[in-house]
Design a protein around this ligand. Structure first.
Ligand code: FAD
Ligand code: S2G
Ligand code: ZN
Length: 484
């Protein structure tokens, strides 16, 4: 795809042969072996239509045993494999770079157990996040993560990217909520780490390696996760601020006055709001008269609507008194709350409608977080639309740059500038989306050489033949940093 740093195909890997396909048909039956070109085209192309591989084979296993037999065979024959979930990843991690076999977990979507006393869910990796949220929701619980891709992303993919999302501020990261995993290693070994205990300090906590492993250390086949109770009262407010400093001060105020009921604190700038209103049907400006530069979406979740409303009203009053916000609306019902969320969640999709989009998912110290957006805007002038939004509560900026088409001159003005800027601000070049293919070459902006060497050690230990998701996360030895 445009702007890829060209990597050379690893000569260690075998080419797919008919005898291989015949073997997979024996393991999976015809249904689980897809060679149809239309289906392959979809599986080879990422959500942004930016990365496209040319795999000749898509496998859809239905059991852990089948995953194990597939990997045993691929390991023995040195066939490279890309584990794939909902294919909503945004760093090119879920599609082949060349002709790697695609192993999609979507057919492994059974719920195995749900303990209604503890909220502990055990399910297969291919379960769609939204289906899980509906399932636990009907039993008085919520999934501890929520993201705009919930309708397609799978829990196995969420775990493998250590997805953050809209609720991390309240429920923390998957490194805390995932209690256990079942993983199949590159050679087919089934690693049963599927504990359901909150506390188990017996030896190294191996599951943590696969949370954020991006399919390079093992294939996640089952997940055990603790889900928080679904509470009675939710409030959503959409607020307008005239500058970024006011957003920061409003966040500080929200932490003080909303405290334990604060469940989300998102921001988007005027440019992001305009792109959503222009490109996404069914969205409307929650504050049509305000025409401000910054907007906040603040959500509270608590057990008592009366108490929560009291806290929220006191917070809004003091934010207005202190001139931190110039306007605001509190959703009067569920559908208005959903319309506020639709504006925030719609930015990712809207940014893709203008042609080409360059996405940067950065952790930056809060005080500097928006300065990069302003820098990029003055650097690119009118050659692109520069938009800033994201999970302000986590110090996570989504810098999105939209242009009519992918253009290497434009890219050269963005990278490595954005990475250098983030490293200088002591931030992270990937807050929640992972490194995938897009940022494998940029890991050193956020991790030391020694740290990368230890990671390479783990990779060698768990996948000595390198067949799992090659060219991703860690710099490929054969990588030439030529921008094609
Ligand atoms: P895929 O895209 O299929 O795969 C992602 C990576 O995980 C790949 O490297 C793949 O090889 C690996 N993988 C997938 N399944 C497995 C498995 N079972 N075992 C081993 N490896 C596996 N991300 C956030 O963190 N926060 C957000 O707020 C957010 N919002 C988004 C909004 C939109 C509209 C979109 C399109 C994406 C968003 N994302 C967000 C990015 C993406 O949705 C997440 O990274 C998600 O967790 C990917 O899940 P998936 O099932 O689609 O995985
Ligand atoms: C979000 C989506 C990805 C992007 O909406 O929170 O993670 O940068 C993002 O558009
Ligand atoms: Zn995000």
């Amino acid at each position: 795809a445009p702007g890829h740093s060209r990597v050379v195909k690893d000569r260690r890997f075998a080419e797919l042969k008919d005898v291989d396909i015949a073997h997979f048909r024996q393991i999976l039956g015809d249904k689980g072996v897809v060679v149809d070109s239309d289906e392959l085209k979809v599986a080879n192309t990422d959500w942004m239509n930016k990365y496209e591989g040319h795999s000749q084979l898509l496998l859809r296993p239905r059991t852990t045993q089948q995953v194990s037999e597939i990997l045993q065979y691929c390991y023995a024959g040195r066939l490279a494999v890309v584990p794939q979930g909902g294919n909503t990843g945004l760093v090119g991690g879920s599609v082949p770079v060349f002709d790697e076999v695609i192993l999609n977990l979507g057919a492994m979507n059974k719920i195995l157990n749900f303990d209604e006393a503890s909220g502990i869910l055990v399910c297969e990796a291919g379960c769609i996040l939204e289906s899980l949220d509906n399932y636990v929701g009907s039993r008085g619980y919520v999934m501890p993560l929520d993201l705009g891709a919930k309708g397609s992303c799978q829990i196995g993919g969420n775990v493998s990217t250590n997805a953050g999302g809209l609720r991390l501020l309240r429920y923390g990261s998957l490194h805390g909520n995932v209690l256990g995993l079942e993983v199949v290693l590159a050679d087919g070994t089934v690693l049963d780490l599927l504990g359901t205990l909150r506390k188990d300090n017996t030896g190294y906590d191996l599951k943590q390696l696969f949370i954020g492993g991006e399919g390079t250390l093992g294939v996640v086949t089952k997940v055990s996760i603790i889900t928080p109770p679904k509470l009675a009262s939710t409030n959503v407010a959409f607020l307008a601020c005239e500058d970024y400093v006011s957003c920061q001060k409003t966040f500080a105020q929200a932490k003080l006055q909303l405290g334990e009921i604060l469940s989300a604190f998102e921001f988007l700038d005027r440019y992001a709001l305009d792109v959503v209103l222009k490109h996404l049907d069914g969205t409307r400006d929650p504050l049509p008269d305000s025409k401000q530069h910054f907007y906040l979406l603040v959500e509270t979740t608590g057990s008592n609507q009366l108490h929560d409303k009291e806290k929220l009203d006191a917070f809004l009053e003091s934010a207005i008194e202190q001139g931190l916000i110039t306007d605001g609306a509190v959703a009067q019902d569920i559908s208005q709350a959903a319309s506020f969320w639709k504006v925030r969640e719609g930015v990712a999709e809207a940014m893709g409608k203008g042609g080409a989009v360059y996405k940067y998912d950065l952790s930056i110290p809060l005080k500097d977080l928006y300065t990069l957006v302003e820098d990029m805007r003055s650097r690119l002038k009118d050659s692109a639309t520069v938009v800033g939004y994201g999970h302000m509560g986590d110090g996570n900026l989504h810098l999105n740059i939209m242009a009519p088409k992918y253009d290497n001159e434009l890219l050269a003005q963005i990278e490595p500038y954005v990475y250098e800027w983030t490293a200088a601000a002591k931030g992270s070049i990937s807050a929640e989306h992972g490194l995938g293919f897009m940022k494998a070459k940029a890991i050193h902006y956020s991790k030391s050489t020694a740290a990368v060497q230890v990671m390479e050690g783990f990779k060698k230990l768990l996948d000595p033949r390198g067949i799992l998701n090659p060219y991703k996360v860690l710099p490929s030895p054969s990588e030439s940093h030529v921008i094609s």
